[in-house]
Design a protein around this ligand. Sequence first.
Ligand SMILES: [Fe+2]
Length: 506
Amino acid sequence: MLDPQLKRLKLDKYRQLLKVAFGHTPPFAFCDTAGQALWTSDGPPDQGIGAILAALPDADAPWLTQANGSLRQQLDNGDLLLFERLDTRAELAWLAVLITAAQAEPELPPVSTEALRSLAACIKDEYHLNYELNCLSRELEQRNEELNLVYRLDELPRSQDDLPAGLRTLLGQVTTYVGADVATLVLLDRPAPIHAVNPESEVPDLDLLLTELRSNVFRFISSSKQTLILNHGDEPARRYLMPHMPYKFLASPILDGQEVQGVLVLVRRPDALDFLASDRNLAEVIADHVGVTLRNQDALETVRKFGDQLAGVLIEAVEAKDPYTAGHSERVQRVSVHIGRALGLVRSDLEDLFWGSMLHDIGKIGIPDVILTKPGSLTGDEFTFIQTHAQQSYEILRHVEHLRPAALEAIRYHHEHFDGKGYPAKLAGTKIPLHARIIAVADTYDAMTSSCSYRPTTSHEAAIKEITRVAGTQLDPDIVRAFSSACRTDLALRDYLWSQDPPPSG
Ligand SMILES: [Fe+2]
C-alpha cells in the first residue's frame, strides 16, 4: 500500500535535482524495507524500474544484507541500481535510481554519488517533517474528538424521563469514539443496565455479558472504587469477574463522595486493541460527568416533588372551601392535557398546560365561602366577585418563576369566551391564549359532569352536546372538535373519563 506520506513529497523537485546530478532524469523509485517499489517515476510500480526491483533475487538484495548507507547493484545487462537508505524505522526505506549501462560508462562521476546522498537526506528530512506533522495532526484530531465528546456530556437531558435515552445516546457516541463494542452504565438505583452497542459490532451473547457486568464487575468496582482494565484472558481477576467470557473491558466507578452510584463499563472483543491509559482517562472523565448529572437529577427531582406537594396543598386548600369541587383541578388538568396532545402540542406546551390547568382556580381561595358554596343562582354582585378569581389566581402565581408566561396567561384568561363576552379582559377568538381556550373546554365539561350542590350531574353525551352547542360563542370550536374526537379515539382519555365516579354513560 502506498505510504500516505509519500504522496506529500514534492516529487517534481527531486526530478530536477536528479537531472542536475546526472545530466538527465533517470528512473527512480521509493522502496519499502523488503525492496518492493512503493512508487516509481516511470509508471506503475510493477513496470519499469519497479519490475526490475521486483525481479532482483532475494539473496542479492542489498537491503537484506546491509541496513544503512549507499549501495550499488550491478544487473546482468550492465545497468546499475543505486540505492540510498532513507529511513530505518518508517515504511519508506530506500531511494533506488536506475542508471543504464550506456549512461554509467565509463564510470559515474563522484559528484553523482554525493548528489544522490544529499538528495536522499533531503527526501528523508521532508518525509520526517511530513510524518511529524501528520502525527501532530492526528493527535490534534483525537483531542478535538475527545473534547467534542466531553462537550456532549453537557447536552444530557435535565429531565428524569429523558435521562435514560440521553445516556443511551451518549454511550453510543462513546462506543464509536473509543472503539468499544459495548458501553454500559450499571446504576445502583436501576435494575437493568443502560447500554449501547457499536453500530458496527455484533455481540451475540449481549444479555449474558450485561448480566456478568451487572453482578460481579459491579460488585467488585463498588468495593474497590477504582478503575479496572482487563485486557488479557490470563489475568487473575478475570477468574472471578468474568469467568465465562473472554471480552476485554474497562470499568470506572461513578462516585458520589465515597459512595459508588454506578459503574461505566466499556467492552471490546478479545481480538480488538487493548484498552490504554488514554481510554482510562476518558472513561473517568465520562464517569465523573455522569455522576454529576445523576446527582443534579436527584436534587431536581427533590425540588420538583416539593413543588408538586406545595401545589397540591394549595389546591386542597381551595377545594376544601367547597366539597363539591373536590378533584376539579386534577380532572381539568387531565382532560386539558389530553386535548393538548390531540392538538399536537409539544412537550414544553404540555407542561405549561399542565400547570395552567392544575392551578387555574387557585384565586378562589380569596372568595368568601358563602358565595362559593351558595346553592342556586348568584346575584350580580356575587357573580362580579366570583369573576375576580381568574385575575386573583394570576396575581398569586405570577411570582412563581417555574411558571412560564403561557401557563400564567392560561390561568388568567381561562374564563374568556370565544365571542369576546367572557372575563376578565373580554378577549375574543384566537386573541385568547391557546392554553386558556383548552382549559375553558375542560373546565366547562367538568363543571357539567361532576357533582354539584344545586343541579344534577350531566351525562357525558349531554355535556358533549352542550359544549358543542356553545362552540363558537363560549368555546373555541376547533378545540371542542378536538375534544369530542379524543373522547372517541383516545383510549387513555376514555379510560380516565370512564373511571370517574359517576362514570359517563355510553
Ligand atoms: Fe375558574
